[in-house]
Design a protein around this ligand. Sequence first.
Ligand SMILES: [Zn+2]
Length: 117
Amino acid sequence: MARKRKCPVCEIGDLLKADDIISEIDGLLFVEKGERCDNCAEEFIPEEEGKRIIKVAKRLNIWGKPLRLHRKLCKSGRGTILRIPADLERALGLQGNEKVALSKVGKKILIEIEPSS
Ligand SMILES: [Zn+2]
């Protein structure tokens, strides 16, 4: 039996194969294959699969348009938690200790990373 990979984010859950990971670029939905943690629901898309989506997006000439990742919020004792997906974290070079500014824009929430001083 193949050993399951532990989730590197919560270190509790196991990564299970998923073929319904949804990313949205400019209103188009892309279904990607990857793995999803059975505890915190963090999704991992292998590099190969990510490249495939980029290629498709480039061909459709929508690459570079806003990429929307769908995430579920989770409830914690004192509020609501939004996880920044690992790929976005990498793309933005987040360390995890940045200050962010949240603004409410209609029904949207805009998250801006404040420059570190
Ligand atoms: Zn996890």
